[in-house]
Design a protein around this ligand. Structure first.
Ligand code: HDD
Length: 718
């Protein structure tokens, strides 16, 4: 059969648009901001070479004034982030569900900018904090910008936006001493949580390894709220948005995360930048869960409740397109810092639901841009400009860029022949979904939002044993940092309603007992005049016991692309042992670094010189995914004389990473503490099954690296 000819992909011009405002440092004389060429940028204007500086020096004053104002307020949340440009390519038209053009035309490549972030830390904080990660995508569609401002966790802490400032005040550093930075392990956060049963589902996620990702490129993204899609006929369906990374979902160990924070606090930012520079572009499949209107009340949770997922077992995620990040920003401030997301940036064919968290967000984001970017003209900053032309009668305000012509800035008008016109719906005019609303004005939580535990339990039960152990350890760590005992006890009371064994294990680690009557200690999440009995949190009936999709143990484990592997060696190494491994790893698109005591070159046993990438001073095992010790008796002997190789080996073993040894290097394995952790006569096959390759086989090593981590090596919690 003749293959159907594919329609050519139309390149969108957003990328060129963005470069309109770029200035190259190469082809210009140094000038003032007014364009005057500067002759001396080294000395200020003085009255005599040793005299005072003159006020007249407008060049000095302009430069310093600009410098003094270089900082803008950082984001109140999600201050720390990194972003990249890319494209979204649709797989097949979604005409039945939505009229949004970018979800209907497979010939369009929609430009995107994605910004990943942590939530609690300030701009200079570490990437590896235990935290939710922001996953905000701006689609520059031909019909206007659509922002999907999501996270790497599909639920949220609270059900109503009115609680957001409280949540953030609780998690941010405590106000009297501004400690701790970028950490939830402190009194105020857990005080708040212990009084907020609705946060329990989210707490399970943030105490899981999802909160310490290996890479932004290896995280899922979620729109969280239920949205609506609207088709040409005005028919609506509910929708949940998902991004699934093609490299799988992977995390680091908590001990490792803390160490990375010291060794390279830009670890995630660098990882994203390096992957894109190397041409191995991060990719996600964009997917949707569609729920017909008539199924709105079929679930044992409320679709409007942002603390709930729609399990994939009940409604599968259909992949609808691919998101690829393929270009690093040219300037961090101009693009990543100045980008302004807003869940209210919508296109026709997509609409909101009445999720009270989403509704509150619709106010917050424009408001925050006004204080952060300083003017309602923030949409004119190049990174925020839509590719769709914008025409309206808004005028002036600080830092206006557009020069509007003519005297008409009102509507209706006749002087400008009615321009710009309102668009009919069939011309792309946005019309909100005409949902029927008939209710009393009321400040109350819907009873359908009160099951605070069933999905927390579902998440916990769906984890593999090592993942459950990590949650127990994370809770024991976090509550271990809490100084007020009543907060810990209240939290144990909540955990007990998620899972009794979980609560008991955490209690044991804290040297406490699980309270017998937790109910009397909580439920502060209703108004002062409300009847507490009416708002008791509940455990509802379960629809499913387990969901495979919730466990990272079931993620993709097929690729070693961009994994970082250290080959630790020195003079006298066996060149063949290095070359064969290096070749196999780089063929799989892994990043391979030669690590030796000093920088420069090392000399192999056959006289070949090999370039060293990292010395023992700059190297750390926590910055790598796997270690390889090649053969070479002399090299191995030297390595045994240093602390670093054995330290790295034991650390990588503890962090459950694949480690391979070739021939002579087995001596290093035998000398390590790690080898003593295992029964003496463990067969090589059994060792390979836990990521320890003793035969130097590149094939087996690659298989192990693709699996990422061997958590079963870990010690169980108390
Ligand atoms: Fe928010 C930023 C995600 C609830 C108020 N939020 C922000 C960013 C992300 C999210 C990814 C960073 C965007 C960027 O990279 O610039 N926020 C979420 C998610 C939420 C959520 C997934 C719940 C499902 N947020 C939320 C609520 C409020 C806010 C309930 C307020 C009522 N969020 C903000 C903000 C920020 C923000 C203060 C800070 C900087 C910004 O908006 O541009 O307006």
């Amino acid at each position: 059969m003749k293959e159907k000819k594919k329609a050519p992909i139309k390149k969108n011009k957003k990328i060129e648009d963005l470069s309109l405002n770029t200035v190259s440092t190469e082809d210009h004389f140094l000038t003032t901001n007014q364009g005057l060429r500067i002759n001396d940028n080294q000395n200020s204007l003085k009255a005599g070479v040793r005299g005072p500086t003159l006020l007249e020096d407008f060049i000095l004053r302009e430069k310093i004034t600009h410098f003094d104002h270089e900082r803008i307020p950082e984001r109140i949340v999600h201050a720390r982030g990194a972003g990249a440009h890319g494209v979204f390519q649709l797989y097949k038209p979604l005409k039945a569900y939505t009229k949004a053009k970018f979800l209907n035309d497979t010939t369009i490549q929609t430009p995107v900018f994605v910004r990943f972030s942590t939530v609690a830390g300030s701009r200079g904080s570490t990437d590896l904090a235990r935290d939710v990660r922001g996953f905000a995508v701006k689609f520059y569609t031909e019909e206007g910008n659509f922002d999907l401002v999501g996270n790497n966790i599909p639920v949220f802490f609270i059900q109503d936006a009115i609680k957001f400032p409280d949540l953030i005040h609780a998690v941010k550093p405590e106000p009297h001493n501004e400690i701790p930075q970028a950490a939830s392990a402190h009194d105020t956060f857990w005080d708040f949580i212990s009084l907020m049963p609705e946060s329990m589902h989210m707490i399970m996620w943030v105490m899981s390894d999802r909160a310490i990702p290996r890479s932004f490129r290896m995280m899922e993204g979620f729109g969280i709220h239920t949205f609506r899609l609207i088709n040409e006929q005005g028919k609506s369906v509910f929708v949940k948005f998902h991004f699934k990374p093609l490299l799988g979902v992977h995390s680091v160990a908590w001990d490792e995360a803390q160490k990375i924070s010291g060794k390279n606090s830009d670890f995630h930012r660098q990882d994203l930048f390096d992957a894109i520079e190397s041409g191995i572009f991060p990719e996600w499949e964009f997917g949707i869960q569609i729920i017909p209107e008539e199924d709105e009340h079929k679930f044992d949770f409320d679709l409007l409740d942002p603390t709930k997922i729609v399990p994939e077992e009940l409604v599968p995620v259909t992949p609808i397109g691919k998101l690829t990040l393929n270009r690093n920003p040219d300037n961090f401030f101009a693009e990543t810092e100045q980008i302004a997301f807003h869940p209210g940036h919508l296109v026709s064919g997509i609409d909101f639901t009445n999720d009270p968290l989403l509704q509150g967000r619709l106010f917050s984001y424009t408001d925050t841009q006004l204080s952060r970017l300083g003017s309602p003209n923030f949409h004119e900053i190049p990174i925020n400009r839509p590719i769709a032309p914008s025409h309206n009668n808004q005028r002036d305000a600080k830092m206006r860029q557009t020069i509007n012509k003519g005297r008409v800035a009102y509507d209706p008008n006749s002087l400008s022949f009615g321009c710009p016109f309102q668009a009919k719906i069939k011309e792309g005019g946005f019309a909100s979904y005409t949902e029927k609303i008939d209710g009393r004005k009321i400040r109350e939580r819907s009873p359908s939002f009160l099951d605070h535990f069933s999905q927390a339990t579902l998440f916990y039960k769906s984890q593999s044993e090592p993942e459950q152990n990590h949650i127990i350890n994370a809770l024991s760590f976090e509550l271990g940092k809490v100084t007020v005992e009543s907060i810990k006890i209240r939290t144990l009371g909540l955990l007990n309603q998620v899972d009794k064994t979980l609560a008991e294990k955490v209690a044991k680690a804290l040297g406490l007992k699980v309270p017998t009557k937790p109910e009397t200690l909580m439920n502060h999440s209703f108004g002062a005049d409300a009847d507490p009995k009416k708002f008791q949190s509940q455990k509802g009936k379960k629809t499913i016991e387990k969901s495979e999709a919730l466990s990272m143990a079931n993620t993709l484990k097929h690729s070693i692309k961009t994994r970082r592997i250290a080959i630790i060696t020195t003079d006298g190494c066996d060149e063949k042992s290095i070359e064969a491994m290096k070749k196999a790893l780089t063929e799989g698109d892994a990043v391979v670094k030669i690590v030796a005591p000093t920088l420069g070159k090392i000399k192999g046993k056959n006289g070949t010189f090999i370039d060293v990438d990292e010395s023992f001073l700059t190297f750390s095992s926590v910055l790598f995914d796997a270690l390889y010790f090649p053969s070479g008796a002399k090299a191995v002997k030297t390595l045994l004389d240093h602390m670093e190789p054995l330290n790295a080996l034991d650390e990588a073993y503890r962090h459950c990473k694949p480690i391979a040894f070739d021939e002579d290097a087995l001596e290093l394995w035998n000398a390590s503490y790690s080898s003593k952790d295992l029964p003496k006569k463990t067969a090589p096959k059994e060792l390979a099954a836990i990521g320890l390759i003793l035969n130097g086989s590149p094939k087996e090593f690659i298989k192990a690296i693709a699996k990422h981590r061997f958590w079963t090596r870990e010690k169980k919690p108390v």
